[in-house]
Design a protein around this ligand. Structure first.
Ligand code: C2E
Ligand code: MG
Ligand code: MG
Ligand code: MG
Length: 276
């Protein structure tokens, strides 16, 4: 009908969106070489205990320094890497680099710092992910008990049986797993209970509105009390204001991450800046 014709025609003449997808395709190809061309690097965002003001760990966050486009956000290139499969070698590189970095911090006298890396659903589904992670930990002599994997709530909801199996193995090796972006993925209470995870990260979208929107506050409050019931640790992400800190403290959520305390840092700044 006419409506269908119209939209088909619109698509046919949409040169701008053609250009976009062409650029995306080009980026996707360039991403294949980004690793060997040494264009990827990690920033480290501390997690804090608001009671002591001390950093309790560091999350590795990837950046792509593109020779023409400059810094490209992971929000843009991680989905490409997931599509092409490059996410697996990229995240293996992230793990190795973060472990080596932590060993180097230790040699510099900063102590044994816990690190967290983000693991994509595509990577999580690789049959040899457990062996691959363990091999990297051995090769870098990094203590598994200092490693945390952050997996988004939605990623954990694919192939639930398999996810439980993998997480059980990782847990037995001493590695801890957090559910990232919690509150955005609609996981069921019973599934949450059956998962061998140790921590929930409350998604930034709730924290952003926690002092202004009663619903967001109610949701955060519910997540915090549920975590307590289930014996899970809890951390709030995206904390930007002192009002948010005060409210979280009132709700007895003492672990936070966010620009109010620290932005992601280049490795040479970790441990140098004392935030309190
Ligand atoms: P995420 O794991 O939830 O990480 C938190 C993101 O929020 C980071 O963005 C961080 O810079 C940002 N953030 C932290 N505190 C604040 C705050 O107070 N305000 C605001 N507005 N933002 C804050 P970034 O580094 O751009 O990373 C975005 C996402 O990209 C990450 O979200 C994560 O899902 C993904 N990502 C990064 N590195 C990797 C990786 O190695 N593998 C995978 N699969 N995903 C990654
Ligand atoms: Mg994360
Ligand atoms: Mg997160
Ligand atoms: Mg997030």
């Amino acid at each position: 009908d006419a409506k269908q014709n119209g939209s088909a025609q619109y698509r046919f003449y949409d040169a701008a969106s053609d250009r976009t997808s062409l650029e995306e395709m080009r980026l996707e190809q360039e991403l294949e070489l980004a690793l060997e061309k040494d264009q990827l690097r990690l920033m480290y965002q501390p997690k804090f205990d608001i009671r002591s003001g001390q950093a309790i760990g560091y999350e590795a966050l990837i950046r792509w320094d593109h020779p023409v486009h400059g810094e490209i956000s992971p929000l843009r290139f991680i989905p490409m890497a997931e599509k092409s499969g490059m996410i697996v070698p990229i995240e293996q590189w992230v793990l190795r680099t973060a472990c080596l970095q932590a060993k180097s911090w230790e040699r510099e006298g900063l102590g044994k710092l816990p690190i967290a890396i983000n693991v994509s659903q595509v990577h999580l589904m690789k049959p040899d992910i457990y062996e691959s992670i363990l091999r990297t930990l051995e090769e870098t002599e990094f203590d598994p008990r200092l490693l945390e994997l952050e997996i988004t709530e939605s990623a954990m909801m694919h192939n639930e049986e398999h996810v439980i199996e993998i997480l059980d193995q990782l847990k037995a090796a001493g590695i801890s797993v957090s559910m990232d972006d919690f509150g955005t993925g609609y996981s069921s209470l019973s599934y949450l209970h059956s998962l061998p995870i140790s921590c929930l990260k409350i998604d930034r979208s709730f924290i952003r509105k926690i002092t202004t929107d009663p619903d967001s506050k109610a949701i955060a409050e519910m997540i915090i009390s549920m975590a307590k019931q289930l014996g899970l640790k809890i951390i709030a992400e995206g904390v930007e204001t002192s009002e948010q800190v005060a409210l979280l403290q009132e709700l007895q959520c003492y672990n936070v991450q966010g620009f109010y305390y620290s932005r992601p840092l280049p490795p040479e700044q970790v441990g140098r800046t004392n935030v309190s």
